[in-house]
Design a binder for this molecule. Structure first.
Ligand code: ATP
Length: 637
């Protein structure tokens, strides 16, 4: 019926996290526009093909005169019908005396034997005779012989261009083999419009990078005393936490050119292209050193090598080339490479070896204060109403990345603009938050009976959350369908948590089961609507038993389960415990669930009247707040 777990724990979609990279003001390409060169090439190829075609047609082209047998020509000559002939090699072209009737003339071919009668006859009939040399100019001969070769070259050029067009029309340079050139976008310092002031939070990451900024600003100072500055920095963080933004701002702070590329842009279908693109990019960067290269999504080329799977050659060659280039920096080449990933676990260890990406800068999801600062940074561009309370929004956006927060402000501005407002109100921000966290509102298609069941389901979650001693505070309960859920119960932790205690987790399982228990209590049956609740509760219980040592009988051991390995890892992890232990794990997971189900059922049975009242309030008002629930429950006790 709903996925009514504490929504603030959920990771919302990361929104438009790419915009800064793709079309930001500083993402210009300095590469000259290749169009004029390609235009000339086009015309050349076209002319070549046209010429070849005409030549071929022309070779078999005659004046349009009728071809007649040699015997007929002789007869017509005798009958004095022929006025003139042109003889060239074994060909005779002629015109008739009566031009109106025989306007087109004729052609014929000499017989392979000598005809001694012909010339006396021509003389006798007074025919005008022109004899032309049969030798063609040397250039005509060369051209005719070269024709097939030229035609082939033309077709090859056309095909290559079509292929390159498919591979990506914006390749720099117009040369035939320019697809091996680097596709990195170069931004000059003056074009980078972002500075450290525009980046809220990330204090540690900024501190870590300050040394790099100083090195790029004054490389001589470091080189003079033989200091080894890290060549490669690995930025690790979930999507949208500002990795690209920080790398760009670092280049701006240091005042050096910024080359940016994503790992996947190196790799094409042809083996070796990636490696030459890497070579080209480093060459370009060295030319303008000191410079900063940013490789986003390094995991797409830097994934751990495996023996399984085909099609790894290109990726491996590209990775090897990156490593070779990094090894090859000489001391006076102040080129620093920042690579970003949100999957450090799958990276090849060769990448993180000393001398390569040996410095790690970690960008976490922002905590409450940082979220507030990020909201403030993005709210600079938006006029806010007096009632806007960014602190409460920051408190209610646990799990949001910087990109999500930027998106939230934008969504709120869109909602306000749609209603013709000139300022963004707090209600717009709240609505935008709900939309980002819970999904877009859906038109309700529920029958009255379904609405009532949904109301009891959500009331069950809410009441359990209210009474469980370690639970997060209730925020909102609703039976308005949003996204895939038919209703939701939202809780907000008082503060950001980095780890969770056993009691808190058990209460969470109890709350997840609250909807199903309420249905069982009221209707004496359960429905399919609790599927997602059960899935989440089971997953949580399994983590508690197998990974977090929260079970007495299994003890403080970690049991690795194949399903817990990362989905696109190319090898399967096998479980490292016996079948007997596997059975024990299943039993303990089941016990954990059923114990908490019992607790929930007891709570709801003890507060059945409140359950009915909350459900009734939901049917009447669709959404109620934490204070409404407190009033209903408090009024009864
Ligand atoms: P991905 O892993 O998806 O490439 P990323 O970590 O590189 O994401 P960015 O592209 O740098 O994330 O961030 C996306 C947008 O989020 C930025 O353009 C900016 O608007 C906003 N943002 C992220 N972090 C911050 C921050 N700390 N301060 C201000 N804005 C931020």
């Amino acid at each position: 019926m709903s996925n009514s777990e504490p929504q603030s724990q959920q990771q919302p979609d990361s929104g438009n996290s790419d915009d800064a990279r793709s079309s930001g003001p500083s993402g210009k390409q300095p590469t000259p526009n290749p169009t004029p060169r390609l235009g000339i090439l086009d015309s050349f190829i076209f002319a070549l093909l046209l010429f070849s075609l005409l030549r071929f047609i022309g070779m078999g082209f005659s004046s349009g005169a009728a071809e007649i047998p040699y015997s007929q020509f002789k007869d017509e000559l005798r009958e004095d019908l022929v006025a003139s002939v042109v003889i060239q090699g074994d060909q005779i072209r002629g015109n008739y005396r009566n031009a109106q009737e025989q306007s087109t003339g004729f052609t014929t071919t000499f017989p392979p034997f000598d005809d001694a009668d012909l010339f006396p006859l021509l003389e006798q009939q007074d025919v005008v005779v022109v004899v032309r040399s049969n030798e063609q100019s040397i250039w005509t001969l060369i051209l005719i012989n070269m024709m097939p070769v030229l035609l082939l070259i033309g077709i090859f050029l056309m095909a290559t261009r079509a292929l390159r067009g498919k591979a990506g029309g914006s390749l720099p340079g117009g040369g035939l083999f320019s697809f091996t050139k680097s596709r990195a976008k170069l931004s000059e310092t003056k074009d980078i419009k972002v500075s450290y002031d525009d980046i809220a939070g990330l204090t540690h990451a900024k501190q870590d990078l300050s040394e790099i900024i100083d090195f790029l600003k004054h490389p001589d100072k470091y080189l003079a005393i033989g200091a080894h500055i890290p060549k490669g920095i690995l930025m690790i963080g979930p999507p949208g936490t500002g990795k690209t933004l920080l790398a760009k701002a670092t280049a701006a702070e240091a005042g050096v050119p910024f080359f940016s590329i994503t790992g996947s842009e190196f790799v094409e279908m042809f083996v070796g292209v990636g490696a030459s693109r890497v070579r080209d990019m480093f060459q370009e960067a060295r030319k303008v050193a000191p410079a900063l290269i940013f490789i986003d999504e390094i995991d797409s080329v830097g994934r751990a090598r495996s023996n399984i799977g085909i099609g790894n050659d290109e990726r491996e060659q590209t990775l090897n080339q990156i490593l070779a280039e990094m090894d090859g920096f000489s001391a006076d080449e102040a080129v620093v490479v920042i690579a970003a990933t949100n999957r450090p676990d799958i990276l090849d260890t060769a990448l993180t070896r000393p001398g390569r990406f040996d410095r790690k800068v970690v960008l976490d999801l922002p905590q409450r204060d940082a979220r507030l600062d990020i909201l403030k940074v993005h709210a600079r561009k938006v006029p806010l109403g007096d009632n806007v309370d960014l602190e409460t929004i920051a408190a209610g956006t646990i799990g949001f990345s910087g990109a999500d927060l930027a998106n939230l402000i934008n969504e709120a501005a869109l909602l306000a603009a749609r209603e013709g407002k000139t300022r963004v109100e707090n209600s717009d921000l709240e609505r935008a938050r709900d939309k980002v966290v819970l999904g877009e509102k859906r038109e309700s298609v529920l029958t009255d009976a379904e609405r009532e069941r949904t109301a009891y389901h959500e009331a069950g979650h809410a009441l359990t959350a209210y009474f469980m001693p370690h639970a997060d505070a209730l925020r909102k309960v609703s039976i308005v369908p949003r996204g895939l859920a038919m209703g939701f119960t939202e809780q907000t932790p008082k503060e950001d948590k980095m780890s969770y205690g056993q009691h808190y987790l058990e209460d969470r399982i109890a709350i997840m089961l609250g909807g199903r228990c309420a249905e069982k209590l009221v209707y004496d049956e359960v429905s399919s609507g609790a599927a997602n609740d059960l899935k989440q509760a089971t997953e949580l219980a399994r983590h508690m038993v197998t990974e977090w040592g929260m079970n007495e009988n299994l003890g403080a051991l970690s049991f690795h389960h194949p399903e817990q390995s990362y989905p696109n890892q190319e090898f399967m992890l096998h479980k490292d415990y016996s079948e007997h232990t596997a059975e024990l794990i299943d039993d303990e997971v089941r016990n954990l669930i059923s114990n908490n189900e019992r607790r929930t059922m007891e709570t709801l049975q003890a507060h059945r009247t409140e359950l009915d009242r909350i459900a009734a309030a939901l049917i009447e008002r669709e959404s109620i707040s934490d204070s409404d629930v407190a009033e209903i429950v408090g009024g009864d006790s």
